[in-house]
Design a protein around this ligand. Structure first.
Ligand code: MN
Length: 243
């Protein structure tokens, strides 16, 4: 039977984690390894200066609550509960579109699974203050899992669901905008503090992840690990030459 590790970056108490675990349980034996506190924006950080701790967590599935980053949770989860065929991360409360992928702990958890040889997918849904209706999204998550499991393994896919989907599209990552901004404020003592915030993508290009979600489609973006800028390697690249 297929074994599926579910993790996230919102922490083990997030309803999105359990919605994903529940949907995944139709497709295999589910195990859970997730952070003990929220790690959104942690990216692919790993803990190397201190040890990890894992505590058994009461749940409908074998589960560990881990003091560590999302990437730590997946590596440790695969060690304690593995081997696994599939790593799922999410469902994140907040989209992970376009350049948000660079910061995303949700995507990093999936990427860690992929680095360790499993197929993997990250799931995210927009957050508008209220908790998304996971019961309504469950059939869509199941449809996505069915599509993913028909792919040649191993795969790494970034999935973004709108709040009320009307279909499913394969997309590319939008890289036109980077909307991270620093917002200065004052603490109660009058001292300057700063929020690093990201506004949602606007005017995403047709065919991209952001565009698909704007149009009401579930976006599936296949990702790869090779970040090489191919255009700069050819033609006539020579070792040691300055481009
Ligand atoms: Mn998060």
């Amino acid at each position: 039977m297929r074994k599926i590790l579910v993790s996230n970056d919102d922490g083990i108490y997030s309803p999105g984690l359990w919605a994903l675990a529940e949907a995944a349980s139709r497709f295999g034996e589910v195990v859970v390894s997730a952070p003990d506190a929220e790690q959104s924006g942690a990216g692919h950080a790993i803990s190397i200066a201190h040890p990890l701790r894992a505590y058994p967590h009461p749940a409908p599935f074998p589960a560990y609550r881990v003091r560590g980053t999302p990437a730590d949770c997946v590596a440790l989860g695969m060690h304690l509960l593995g081997p696994v065929d599939l790593v799922l991360s999410g469902v994140n409360l907040g989209s992970n579109l376009g350049n948000e992928i660079w910061h995303s702990g949700t995507v990093a958890a999936a990427k860690q699974g992929f680095l360790l040889g499993a197929s993997a997918a990250a799931f995210s849904v927009p957050m508008n203050g209220e908790e998304p209706d996971f019961a309504a999204l469950k059939p869509w998550i199941e449809d996505v899992l069915e599509v993913l499991l028909s792919l040649e393994a191993p795969f790494l896919v970034n999935v973004n669901l709108p709040l009320t989907p009307k279909g499913m599209l394969w997309t590319r990552q939008s890289v036109r905008h980077y909307e991270g901004l620093v917002v200065p404020e004052e603490d109660p003592m009058g001292r300057k503090v700063y929020w690093f915030a990201a506004r949602p993508l606007r005017e995403a290009e047709e065919g991209t992840d952001g565009w698909a979600v704007e149009q009401g489609f579930v976006s599936l973006t296949p990702l790869r690990l090779d970040l090489t800028d191919e255009a700069r390697l050819s033609p006539g690249y020579r070792h040691g030459a300055h481009p």
